[in-house]
Structures are given as C-alpha cells and as structure tokens.
Design a protein around this ligand. Structure first.
Ligand code: HEC
Length: 169
C-alpha cells in the first residue's frame, strides 16, 4: 500500500463512477420513455381513443361511442386516475372498468365484492395492473395539463403514419 497520494487517480475514477451510478439519471430517463411508449400502445389498443379521441381531448374516434372526458384538462392525481381506469364510472357515465377482476376479485369504491355494476359501459378488453400503470405514465407525461395538440405530439402518436399529422401546425 503506497501513500494515499499515489492512489488519487484511481480514487477520482471510482468517485466518478459512483456519482454516475448514484444519480442514475440516464437509465431512469430511458426507462421512463419505455414506459411512456408502452402506455401509448395500451391507449391505442384498448379502445381509449374510441371515446376520448386520439389525443384525449374528447374528440372521439368512433361516432357511436360515448363521448369521453377531455383528459388534457383533467385534474386527477395518480391515485384518482388509477381508480377511474381500474373501476370505471358506474352510473351510466360511459367510462368502462378496465382492471382484470375489478368488482369481482378487487374491491372498487366501497362496494361489496360481486358482479360488475350493470350500468357500467363494457370494456373492449381488460388490462393488467402493469398496463394500467403504463397508460397512467403516458397520460401524465404527454396528455394531462397539455394545451393544444402540437405537431411533435402528433408525430409521437402517429410515428408509424406521419402523414396523419400534415394538417397540424
Ligand atoms: C366507451 C367509452 C370510453 C372508453 C373506451 C374509455 N373511456 Fe375514459 N371516460 C369515458 C367517459 C364518458 C368519461 C367521463 C365519465 C364521467 O363523466 O364521469 C371518462 C372518464 C375518464 C377519466 C376521468 C377523467 C376525469 O378527469 O374525471 C379517465 C382518466 C379516463 N376516462 C381514462 C380512460 C382510459 C385510460 C381509457 C382506456 C384504457 C378510457 N378512459 C377508455 C369514456 C370512455
């Protein structure tokens, strides 16, 4: 073991690696983007856009569907988003319950466990808890609190058919 001064260069390198690991910034951003993209796919393939519109502003894609809320102006926090997506809004409002087992094996809104309420709009397909988290991550990253729809947002959505964004400035 030499005096500490001879080990300085090594110590600096170790410290730099340590800082990079501790801050963890680069991997976290990449992971978040993966989750946002996964959430976008959930949004697209579980019928959300039928009622809420591609960009979740309430401009629904399927004429016969109930008109969904404008999620761009929603004030719901993560817990409230999770509840409404998992359990829907009974009472004829038109928002289906998406969680696998909602009401049957997972309690919703203080109701006793049993069948889904009959005044719930049926979901096209059910989602896993991971899919629900992903779609919430997507909504929080790209939709909630956003103003008008930008070209950049349109291209993020229609990455596979950018021509659809020609009309957006
Ligand atoms: C069949 C139509 C329909 C589908 C499909 C649908 N929604 Fe909805 N959604 C609605 C309606 C209608 C409301 C407003 C309910 C109300 O007025 O209480 C709503 C409300 C919501 C709200 C609450 C907004 C707020 O601020 O109160 C969220 C969040 C939401 N939907 C997310 C989703 C997501 C995510 C999906 C897809 C997984 C989805 N919805 C699919 C019709 C739909």
């Amino acid at each position: 073991m030499g005096p500490a001064v001879f080990q300085n260069r090594h110590a600096v390198a170790v410290a730099l690696v340590g800082i990079a690991l501790l801050s963890g910034e680069i991997p976290t951003v990449a992971q978040d983007l993966d989750r946002v993209k996964a959430g976008l796919e959930v949004w697209k393939n579980s019928g959300c856009a039928d009622c809420h519109g591609a960009f979740a502003d309430g401009d629904k894609q399927r004429d016969e569907a109930p008109t969904g809320a404008n999620l761009r102006t929603s004030r719901l926090d993560s817990a409230a988003l999770k509840l409404v997506i998992a359990c829907g809004r009974p009472g004829g409002a038109g928002m289906p319950a998406f969680e696998e087992g909602a009401y049957k094996t997972r309690a919703c809104y203080d109701r006793p466990m049993g069948e889904e309420p009959t005044d719930l709009y049926p979901a096209g397909r059910k989602l896993t808890p991971v899919e629900i988290n992903d779609v919430i991550t997507y909504l929080q990253a790209r939709i909630i609190g956003r103003g008008r729809i930008t070209k950049e947002e349109c291209l993020f959505y229609y990455y596979d058919q950018p021509d659809d964004c020609e009309d957006i400035k």
